[in-house]
Design a protein. Sequence first.
Length: 65
Amino acid sequence: MWRIWRVIDPRKAVVLVGLLIAFVSTSIHLIQISGDRYNINSWHPDTAKAAAAMAKPQNAALPQK
């Protein structure tokens, strides 16, 4: 194991791993809040009611000519 650290600078490796973890966690967070498809709170009753309320059309259809 010590030979790996002779090839790779430990400070750079720690910084790069930290940046990678920050990037992945931010990406996961943004994907989850971007839409209802990846909503992890769909089991909660209030969230299910809100999703059902948004699924119903709120406006009447436009009259056809």
